[in-house]
Design a protein around this ligand. Structure first.
Ligand SMILES: Nc1ncnc2c1ncn2[C@@H]1O[C@H](COP(=O)(O)OP(=O)(O)OP(=O)(O)O)[C@@H](O)[C@H]1O
Ligand SMILES: [Mg+2]
Length: 336
């Protein structure tokens, strides 16, 4: 047999095989949600607490880490979808994919993506195309930004938020949308000196402010959640009209919230007494405040606090150290 040397063909790139097809999402592991008619008219947030389903509101959830912000946002999302609403979720932690086990939701980015867009290469046109589809077909979407650097997350937020705002300007596409932003302090920092700018000079903060101040007329309601009220833009906070206060551990954050808590008639002792991970919040809107307990989620919660494996609690021995040194051998030479 005669072997020919392999010579790279200059035209090879014109004949490249298309990228691997996008893998279809796994079958729903939960009982799939079936549309009920008529759809729900109230959001069932807790055993004894409901809200009108299609009321205009900018919600803000404020609590320290582990006090149930994402869990509550998940409950709200389930209720919004079940009442016929559309959600666009910015998910910097990659926790929201579990919603797609029960509800028809697109996912862009992360390990559970169902749209084959590489977020590293996403252009404004790509995001516009996605947003048009979302609004035209009424299919909710999660942008999983968990694999990006903070700079990358901010650049993508500028694209996504800007696209949503622009698309909602078109009457033929416009429909009520809940824009859900987890870890909102990343995109609306109080100190905003070094935010990346796009070619029009827009930043994630300026886009966020646009949505907060001018979104209502375009049908965009926000739901934002953050652990650090002290480090989030006060301009964005001031646009919120439904407040969810959870347990707060830092004195600095408590101080940042003091005027809002006083207005809601909630004391420092009441906030400090809220137990961790139990889903208790003070809800305040229209001059009224209620203590509420969130219901159990229908989907698995993607951000559960992991239990501690007792096997992993141990004091390292000399032989563990020797094994670790051996494992790391070859990384480079020590200059002794
Ligand atoms: N209503 C609830 N019922 C049962 N468990 C809950 C409830 N709310 C929260 N938890 C539990 O509390 C833990 C922390 O909740 P969650 O992930 O919502 O915290 P978080 O405030 O978003 O924290 P972080 O700021 O670190 O993201 C989770 O393990 C979650 O399952
Ligand atoms: Mg969270």
């Amino acid at each position: 047999m005669v072997w020919f040397p392999l010579i790279p063909c200059p035209f090879a790139r014109f004949f490249q095989r298309p990228k691997a097809p996008v893998v279809a999402p796994p079958p729903p592991s939960l009982e799939a949600f079936t549309v009920e008619h008529p759809t729900k008219t109230v959001l069932e947030i807790g055993p004894e607490f409901t809200l009108p389903a299609h009321e205009w509101a900018h919600d803000v959830i404020l609590a320290s880490s582990g006090f149930g912000k994402s869990y509550l946002a998940g409950v709200m999302t389930e209720e919004i979808i079940e009442s016929g609403g559309l959600v666009v979720i910015i998910d910097p932690e990659g926790e929201n994919y579990t919603l797609a086990e029960r509800y028809p939701l697109l996912i862009v980015g992360g390990d559970h993506a169902t749209v084959g867009l590489n977020l590293d290469e996403a252009s404004g046109d790509d995001i516009d195309r996605i947003m048009q589809t979302v609004l035209r077909d009424g299919v909710s979407i999660i942008f999983d930004l968990s694999e990006r650097t903070q700079k990358g997350q901010r650049e993508l937020f500028t694209l996504i938020g800007g696209s949503l705002f622009t698309m909602q300007d078109k009457p033929e596409l416009r429909r009520p949308v809940k824009f859900i932003v987890e870890e909102a302090r990343i995109f609306a920092p109080q100190k905003a000196s070094d935010l990346p700018k796009n070619k029009d000079g827009e930043t994630c903060l300026s886009v966020f402010e646009n949505i907060a101040t001018r979104g209502r007329k375009r049908g965009i309601n926000m739901l934002i959640a953050t652990q650090r009220p002290a480090s989030i833009s006060k301009d964005i906070l001031s646009q919120c009209n439904r407040w969810w206060f959870g347990g707060m551990q830092s004195e600095q954050d408590y101080k940042a919230l003091k005027p809002h808590l006083e207005e809601a008639g909630v004391t420092a002792e009441e906030i400090k007494a809220l137990p961790k991970g139990a889903g208790e919040f003070y809800f305040s809107a229209n001059g009224e405040t209620a203590k509420i307990q969130t219901r159990k989620r229908k989907c698995k919660h993607g951000g559960s606090t992991p239990g501690i494996d007792p096997e992993k609690i141990k004091i390292a021995s000399r032989s563990d150290l020797a094994a670790a040194v051996k494992q790391l051998d070859g990384l480079g030479s020590l200059d002794i």
